[in-house]
Design a protein around this ligand. Structure first.
Ligand code: URA
Length: 268
């Protein structure tokens, strides 16, 4: 798919979401919130559902939680326009209550279709409800900051899921905010690993399915000259001088930060 085709496909899905009446949440909404960002990105952030400000503006993460998300992204040198940001449910639950299972189920095909169009390398889940869609049966306190391969049924078949606390929870509890900054510092390295994983999956091998992923290794700090410069698409419209296709390197061991750092040095 070209960038233009991706953009058009996402706009088509957004139009459907805007007119959606599949569940009761449409009754109370001011505006649906389909999501926004770079159609050519390799990284998609998935939150829970719109809040008061998002419902008014029709855009995701524009309130206080959005402010923290922007600061988290800035801490690794990324901007919200560099990624795609969306939610599990696209309309605001009344009084910001948790989305209910039938509402999540009614909205799931939209997220699935968005992910199929975006074909991200990494899906960052923000909070429990998003995490449950990509990492069923786990607890956020145990898996935040770690990756799992994603079930292709989600639409993001080739991607790694990376779990983070919801920014609203991090705003309420200082320890979670600190851990969120530690977690997001791992995302550039997860992106590198996801790229390499996709490259190796693209070439059929006799090794069988990819092993389950463990905790993500710690990454160099943002601003470090070797850090991944952004979540743009490697095999797309990017400037090949800036974003060369990854050379065939052995995939770094999941728990080996040194190996991951070495791959960054080679890549950029
Ligand atoms: N919380 C979310 O989960 N999503 C938003 O878009 C805003 C706040």
């Amino acid at each position: 798919m070209t960038g233009d085709e991706r953009r058009q496909a996402l706009e088509g899905i957004a139009d459907e979401i805007t007119a959606c009446t599949r569940c009761r949440l449409h009754e109370g909404r001011a505006r649906a919130v389909p999501g926004e960002g770079d159609p050519d990105t390799e990284v998609v952030f998935v939150g829970e559902g719109p809040g008061f400000n998002e419902d008014r503006e029709g855009r995701p993460f524009v309130g206080r939680a959005g402010g923290l998300l922007v600061r988290l992204l800035a801490s690794i040198g990324w901007r919200r326009e560099d990624v795609f940001i969306t939610n599990v449910v696209k309309c605001r639950p009344p009084d910001n209550r948790d989305p209910q299972p039938d509402e999540i189920a009614a909205c799931a095909p939209y997220l699935q279709r968005q992910l199929a169009v975006l074909d991200p390398a990494v899906v960052v889940t923000l909070g429990r409800y998003s995490m449950a869609a990509f990492m069923p049966g786990v607890r956020i306190g145990q898996v935040h900051g770690t990756t799992r391969p994603i079930d292709p049924e989600t639409g993001a078949g080739d991607a790694l899921a990376f779990a983070m606390y919801h920014p609203a929870a991090a705003l309420r509890t200082q320890a979670l905010e600190r851990e969120s900054f530690e977690d997001i510092a791992r995302v550039p390295g997860v992106l590198l690993r996801a790229r390499e994983r996709r490259e190796s999956v693209a070439v059929p091998s006799a090794e069988g399915p990819a092993p389950a992923e463990g905790p993500a290794p710690a990454e160099p700090l943002a601003g470090h000259p070797d850090v991944v410069s952004g979540p743009g698409r490697v095999n797309g419209a990017g400037d090949p001088a800036i974003r060369p296709a990854p050379p065939a390197l052995p995939t770094p061991a999941v728990d080996d930060p040194a190996a991951d750092e070495a791959s960054q040095l080679t890549l950029f």
